[in-house]
Design a protein around this ligand. Structure first.
Ligand SMILES: O=C(CO)COP(=O)(O)O
Length: 251
């Protein structure tokens, strides 16, 4: 049985973006409203400092907003952290959890990522749960096992009742300009689909699986056409409206 999934393209601005970056958002909104209607849902995950501007400026063009991380708790003495409820309060609808940069920089475990995804769902957000292998794990033929373990540990049971999104981001492809072969992307996404369907039964075939890692205007058309690639999570190329629009239009 094949399920039609509407694609989603999300831009992860990471720790890039001052108020000046909102010019790019204005430019993107202009392209989205004057050009052909996008075939993908468009989400931007800016730094939290400009989240509410993205919510408001993006609304006219149908651009949705997301956070880049959230805490596992709803509130409390956690200096510097942001809860899922706060992101929702600012107008976000999505939140990235378990990005490899946070797993690496902050030692986040699958269990913590799972708790964050659960907190996101509890606050009414759709978590974008990231998984992906290192280069040495791929070289030693372990990529699918590593990703399978991350999926098992990072997706909360609540995903059977609520929307979650998976983002497959091979760590060695992030910010490097390198991407897996189309065959490797295809077999990893098929393996992820199989795991989702085995665990979540009829819900599994409808869960979006995004590809991320050096997704660019030059390779977007080919990668986004792969079966079980239901959109993309874009870093560097989401910072320039023209590049991001080209990727959105490649769907
Ligand atoms: O980490 C990414 C998105 O979350 C991918 O980043 P790049 O597109 O810059 O490789």
């Amino acid at each position: 049985m094949t399920t039609t999934i509407s694609p989603l393209i999300a831009g992860n601005w990471k720790m890039n973006g001052l108020r000046g970056s909102l010019d790019e958002l204005t430019a993107l909104a202009g392209m989205l409203t004057t050009g052909e209607a996008p075939r993908a849902l468009v989400v931007i995950c800016p730094p939290a400092t400009i989240l509410s501007e993205v919510v408001h400026q993006g609304a006219t063009a149908g651009i949705l907003a997301g956070g880049q991380d959230c805490h596992t708790e709803s509130h409390g003495a956690h200096t510097g952290d942001i809860s899922a409820g706060m992101l929702a309060d600012a107008g976000a609808q999505y939140v990235i959890v378990g990005h490899s940069e946070r797993r690496a920089d902050h030692g986040e475990t699958d269990a913590q990522v799972c708790a964050k995804a659960e907190a996101a769902i509890g606050a009414g957000l759709k978590p974008i749960i990231c998984v992906g292998e290192t280069e040495s794990q791929r070289d030693s033929g372990d990529a699918e096992n590593v990703v399978a373990a991350q999926l098992a540990g990072s997706i909360p049971e609540a995903a059977s009742q609520h929307e979650v999104i998976i983002a497959y981001e091979p760590i060695w492809a992030i910010g490097t300009g390198r991407t897996p072969t189309i065959e490797d992307i295809s077999s990893m996404h098929a393996a992820i689909r199989e795991k989702l369907t085995a665990r979540f039964a009829e819900k599994g075939p409808s869960i979006r699986i995004l590809y991320g890692g050096s997704l660019k205007p030059q390779n977007a058309r080919e990668i986004l056409a792969v079966e079980n690639v239901n959109g993309g999570l874009v870093g560097g190329a989401s910072l320039l409206a023209k590049d991001f629009y080209t990727i959105i239009s490649a769907v």
